[in-house]
Ligand binder design. Structure first.
Ligand code: SF4
Length: 348
């Protein structure tokens, strides 16, 4: 699959667009006044591999979160601002690496100019974030509903407000909680401009449905080569959003460091507790950072064949398991099967 190539944008130390890897991001969800809580959560998402980190900055007083989080973790910080251009200017001063603001929502053109100039002076990109739930009234009236075309028109309207001030350091998101709408909107937007796209399904829901919607929406776009950075929105902990982001990338065939566990659905032939073993293997390989596919299969009859694409794996026999590496049968494992499999992964 070929990626749709967009212009390159730099967010702190991370570059997106061009040939750069797709960056996984999330957003802190601790109340902004709780600085210690935000810092602790930022550390947890950093541990999970988050590459770009966003937090809401609702008031001027809250601008202090920029410094606090940036001192705690080495991840580019995105300040999420609604309506008040003074907060955007203060966040730029405080060292934010990217500003998320919609220029059409901050009032007179001189305010847009002030933000554009401040960001230009420091090479800080602005993300325009269009959501189906907050479309401009006039656009919504014209289209009658938040259609993909209405979302694209809104995004391009905000883009033009920045371009007017020679500002092109732009990233765009165009989210909806409706997967077909969101996918079509991103596809149309991708055709309409070469700014890198932040892809996501908004208000995707709680963990289970959020994963399904994001897997379809984000994954479906990735399979079309669309998307330069992604956020999985879940009503859950941001660490889980980060993990899900990498899993979607992996499932869409993008190279992602770390293990991918392949396990069979089990059936009447199953000889070993596949679910328990697969979960244990996943847990014990959490610190393993090279790309590797590890299979846990329930039987030796079909297991090795069904897991042909795995780098290494086991297939269950009676109180034992067959170890195979790149399709070749190596030996039978007995006793601590998980421990021996994990050791073999580290030896690869
Ligand atoms: S690998 Fe064996 S146990 Fe697992 S689903 Fe296939 S046939 Fe059943």
């Amino acid at each position: 699959m070929e990626r749709v190539r967009k212009r390159e944008v730099q967010i702190g130390k991370v570059r997106i667009g061009g040939d750069n890897p797709i960056a996984v991001q999330t957003m802190l969800n601790v109340p902004v006044a709780d600085i210690a809580g935000n810092v602790a959560q930022a550390r947890r998402v950093a541990e999970a591999g988050c590459q770009i980190l966003r937090a809401s900055v609702p008031t001027l007083e809250d601008v202090r979160i920029v410094d606090a989080v940036k001192n705690a973790v080495d991840i580019p910080f995105v300040a999420d601002i609604h309506f008040d251009y003074r907060i955007a200017l203060a966040c730029v001063d405080a060292g934010a690496d990217k500003i998320r603001i919609n220029p059409g929502n901050i009032g007179a053109d001189d305010r847009v100019k002030a933000v554009a100039n401040a960001c230009n002076a420091k090479n800080i990109p602005i993300r325009i974030g269009v959501n189906a739930g907050s479309l401009e009234k006039e656009i919504l009236a014209r289209y009658g509903a938040p259609t993909p075309q209405a979302l694209v028109e809104s995004a391009l309207y905000h883009v033009r407000l920045l371009e007017k001030h020679d500002f092109n350091n732009i990233v765009i998101s165009i989210k909806s909680s409706n997967v077909p709408t969101m996918m079509e909107a991103y596809r149309l937007l991708s055709e309409a401009c070469d700014y890198p796209l932040h892809v996501g399904v908004t208000e995707a829901g709680t963990y289970r449905m959020g994963l399904i919607k994001s897997g379809m929406g984000i994954g479906g776009l990735l399979l079309q080569g669309i998307g330069d950075t992604l956020r999985v929105s879940l009503t859950d902990e941001p660490e889980k959003e980060v993990q899900a982001g990498y899993d979607i990338l992996r499932a869409a065939g993008y190279p992602v460091a770390g293990p991918e566990i392949i396990s069979c659905p089990t059936c009447g032939r199953t000889n070993i507790p596949v679910a328990k073993i697969a979960q244990e293997v996943e847990e014990r390989l959490r610190g393993y950072h090279k790309p590797v596919k590890v299979a846990v299969m329930g039987c030796v009859v079909n297991g090795p064949g069904e897991a042909r694409e795995a780098d290494i794996g086991i297939a269950g026999g009676k109180d034992e398991a067959l170890l195979f590496i790149r399709g070749e049968k190596i030996r039978m494992l007995r006793g601590d099967i998980v421990g021996q499999l994990v050791d073999e992964v580290y030896k690869l």
